[in-house]
Design a protein around this ligand. Sequence first.
Ligand code: PGA
Length: 259
Amino acid sequence: MRTPLVIGNWKMHGTVAEARVLSTAIRDGLKRPRGVQVVVCPPFTALAAVSEILGGGPIQLGAQTCHHEPAGAHTGEISVPMLAELICRWVLVGHSERRKEIGESDELINLKTRAVLSHGLTPVLCVGETADERRQGLTFTTVEGQLRAGLAGLTGDQIAKTVLAYEPVWAIGTGVNATPAQAAEVQGYLRGLLSELSSKEIAQTVRILYGGSVKAENADALLAEPEVDGALVGGASLNAQGFIGIVRKAARIGTAAKE
Ligand code: PGA
């Protein structure tokens, strides 16, 4: 049984003051989340403030990216030990916006994944095809390439500590989510690859999230798919009630599966 995981990716939204308000509302609205794990990823500037508000409670803190080296002359970058100091336990790696806007390569994403693991944090490796790739029938080729490169050189043990997020680029921020069947098809394929890269047992324990226009209204249907172990939520995570709604749905599915 994989515990459902819901991650809020705030992207480049929110001043420190706004982040305090949002994280307080999420914390207070989800006092004791049962049957679900919850993570929020504020912008770097708000991590310290949100860390204080979450205070080591059940809602955990994540970062949206990191540098792969622990320290050095890398202007503008943030390392994994710096994140760990703020009680940040999760790092998104290879988000499509960074692949596209910053030009992050699969090789760099692999270095980041390894860096996150080597400091004991959990990487959330994001993969997903563009609309063009899907039209051309390249969905599986694309995600397979991203997955193999992202996890290259990892031991089975390290793969077991990784979370994947399938985020079709055409679904991010568009309001057009993948259908539950589309998500399940790709995520089942990713799990098959994980089996090959580690073992069947390990592949069964790795959580694969779906991301791309998830909101409270479509979360039930997506999360009901056995292959969908949770959600990576962008836009809808900026509204405390909307985010809490998604978490509650995931929790219901998680608790039902345990009973
Ligand atoms: P969205 O973003 O929910 O706004 O589509 C998801 C993501 O980019 O992680």
